[in-house]
Design a protein around this ligand. Structure first.
Ligand SMILES: [Fe+2]
Length: 178
């Protein structure tokens, strides 16, 4: 297995756990129980920064190489960059809804829950699709030489939570993840 695919799967595990933490807070919000808004903000901050800057470009690189190899015609092949774009839109909608909830007492609570769940469901569905379809297809289509070149380039883009060069940023989330 390529180092890039190993890294992408590890990043999915981090994101999945963060989505679970977020979902727990959305449930609490819906039930009008004490909600950890700081944690929600940290998670949104993470998703605004890390997937777009560190994770999706690696997947887009793999996808582009597959297109060159003619593997994109394979059945079930997703348009990964377009999916990332739609995910980014759901994330921004959720980010705006969170700010509205914090600043605007009139913002409908059920609307917030709906937008949050659209983001959560969308990300989970997208990652599952990549794990089941995109990653195995990439490993089938790409050559050892392709992976050597991709791995060399993606080594510079390690997730700041689990990568070797752990930045102090996201320390709160690192502690939540244990
Ligand atoms: Fe992904």
């Amino acid at each position: 297995m390529s180092e890039t695919i190993t890294m992408l799967r590890a990043e999915h595990r981090v994101m999945t756990r963060l989505l679970d933490l977020l979902a727990g807070q959305v449930d609490r919000f819906e039930l009008a129980e004490a909600t950890d808004y700081e944690l929600m903000k940290e998670i949104v901050d993470y998703f605004l920064t890390v997937p777009d800057l560190y994770h999706h470009p690696k997947e887009d690189l793999v996808h582009a190489r597959m297109l060159r190899r003619g593997g994109a015609g394979a059945e079930g092949m997703h348009d990964i960059p377009a999916e990332h774009e739609r995910g980014s839109e759901r994330l921004h909608a959720f980010s705006r809804a969170l700010v509205s909830i914090l600043l605007d007492a009139e913002f409908p609570r059920d609307r917030f829950v709906q937008i949050a769940r659209e983001f959560l469901d969308g990300e989970r569905h997208h990652m599952q699709g990549e794990e089941k379809g995109f990653f195995p297809a990439a490993e089938e289509v790409l050559t050892v030489q392709d992976w050597a070149e991709i791995d060399e380039r993606t080594a510079k883009l390690q997730d700041p939570i689990i990568g070797e060069d752990k930045s102090p940023r996201f320390q709160v989330l690192r502690e939540h993840l244990g």
